[in-house]
Design a protein around this ligand. Structure first.
Ligand code: GUN
Length: 293
């Protein structure tokens, strides 16, 4: 069993980005600039956004945080988006989700200029991804593709089972892994809550992407020897022995499945740290005009 160390890989990629940013600046180029929009006072969102801003500083990007209260209207958010779309210094930006209930997230998403959509959530980027055209990939799938690539995990001809069909993880993973590409060429089965016999599917899998959001869902009896497990789950379970009163666990029962696997991502320290690196990579791509020219 080999652990896929997402934390270490994320740091390596950040160092690589920092080197590129230094070279860019030395050559007189513009400093890549990421903006984040945070509306309301959801504590988890505030932490995520703070980590995104910190990561920008670490690699030498400029960052801007646009923070407004929970009473902000939809029209005001759309105005912020318009200003960021039009600001030539901003290479990319994200609007942190969830937004307060009175704001239509889809409307806001559609208002973002696809060229600056470094979250990869706009239908233009989702469509381009599905067609195999250059596009911004959403953070989690992009991070997973990086892990498979950098750990030289063979995907071609392998049977991959994706558990969960969300727009931001399961569905894009199923598309990316079936594409004709260096990391790709898998035969993919996308499973979800209506799948009849999940265990029959996972027992055939060479690679499992677990993205259901339920602790200990994937158990040892559901996987075959030598499987690669990518665990996307970040679930809180009560733990009185911890200062915080909880600990984080993935969707897989790590103790059970790890001995059977050839590669596995831990939780925490696996997929999670890679998501911020994806955002930085997308911002760098935008500043270099790699996707849209
Ligand atoms: N909320 C949780 N994850 C994400 C993400 O990747 N992007 C945005 N914009 N909001 C989120």
């Amino acid at each position: 069993m080999k652990l896929i160390d997402g934390k270490a890989l994320a740091n390596t990629i950040k160092e690589e980005i920092a080197v590129e940013v230094t070279a860019l600046k030395k050559a007189g180029g513009k400093t890549p600039h990421l903006a984040a929009v945070l509306i309301g006072d959801d504590p988890a969102s505030a932490v995520y956004v703070r980590n995104k801003v910190k990561a920008c500083e670490k690699v030498g990007f400029k960052s801007t945080l646009v923070r407004r209260g929970a009473e902000t209207t939809e029209a005001e958010v759309l105005e912020i988006v318009k200003n960021l779309n039009e600001d030539p210094d901003i290479d990319g930006f994200i609007v942190q989700l969830p937004l307060p209930k009175h704001i239509d997230e889809e409307k806001v998403n559609l208002a973002i200029d696809p060229k600056k959509d470094v979250d990869g959530f706009h239908p233009m980027n989702v469509g381009r991804m599905a067609l195999g055209l250059p596009s911004y990939l959403p953070a989690t799938p992009f991070g997973i593709m990086q892990m498979l690539d950098r750990y030289d995990i063979e995907t071609s001809g392998k049977h991959c089972v994706v558990i969960g069909r969300s727009n931001i993880v399961g569905t894009p993973m199923s598309i990316l892994l079936s594409r004709k590409a260096k990391v790709g060429n898998c035969t993919v089965t996308l499973t979800h809550s209506r799948t009849k016999d999940l265990k029959a599917e996972t027992l055939r899998a060479d690679i499992i992407i677990a993205a259901i959001g339920r602790p200990d869902y994937l158990t040892a009896d559901m996987v075959k020897e030598g499987v690669v497990i990518i665990d996307v789950g970040i679930n809180r379970v009560d733990d009185a022995s911890r200062k915080r009163g909880y600990r984080l666990v993935g969707d897989a029962n790590f103790e059970g499945v790890a001995p059977k696997s050839s590669f596995i991502t831990p939780v925490p320290g696996g997929v999670g740290p890679m998501t911020i690196t994806s955002l930085l990579m997308n911002t760098l791509k935008s500043s270099r005009k790699e996707i849209y020219g």
